[in-house]
Design a protein around this ligand. Sequence first.
Ligand code: 5GP
Length: 124
Amino acid sequence: MPIDPKAPYDPNNIFAKILRGEIPCTKVYEDEWAFAFEDINPQAEVHTLVLPKGAYVSWDDFSANASNAEIAGLVRAVGLVAREKGLVEPGYRLLANVGENGGQEVPHLHVHIFGGQRLGRMIA
Ligand code: 5GP
């Protein structure tokens, strides 16, 4: 069910529960600003999700309301995870779904990292 990218943050969304440790995940990385784990239903050989720790519904919410430190923290974490997974030389793809047309299902901002294989052109 696509979400409203401007709706108030729901503290009981599934990624909020993962961030609080209430639901298990395969953790890849964590620092002050960001948390990364493997997608439960991978769409590529590598499919990792990177989240800001702050309560942001979507890229729209985050880009409008997050502090510069939070934004830098998420961006650096995405780059670090991709580097640590050895994705830079072969290449990889980042994706953040927003709202209904974007097909966003979980209302806590997450950046998908896809890699480990040749990916198709852009969008289906
Ligand atoms: P969206 O469509 O919101 O951009 O992507 C949500 C992603 O979260 C999907 O790729 C889905 O497989 C993943 N996902 C949903 N629930 C869980 C979960 O409980 N654990 C993990 N690790 N991934 C999840």
